[in-house]
Design a protein. Sequence first.
Length: 143
Amino acid sequence: MKILAVDYGEARTGLASCDPDEILVTPITPQIEEKSLNKAVAKVCEKALEIGAGRILLGLPLNMDGTEGPRAKKSRKIQAMLEAGSGLPVVLWDERRTTVSAAAILADNATFGKKRKERLDSVSAAVLLESYLAYRRHHPEET
């Protein structure tokens, strides 16, 4: 199934998707640069429809100790908005350290400055989706 991964941010929202066999993960560019929550959610729903996604994966920004703070509560609100707007199931997934991993990937590929900023959130969404797909492969009975 095609899955659309979302790394929501106040300034930029990164997206990534996988192929129907859930093997290849691809960051989607350009990133969404809407600052309005409603407009960002609408663009995510449009992209999900455009690529034929069967599910949306939304990053859940937990604190490092695993607890939920205000940003996680906002993600739960976004989850409800995405479900209503897209008609698709929306799965929340722990996004701790995805941006750190994405920054390392971009640094390893000599991507810095403006190009890094243009891709960081989409690569973060790709890291999030890869984590989710790895879990699905190892726990097929749970997903």
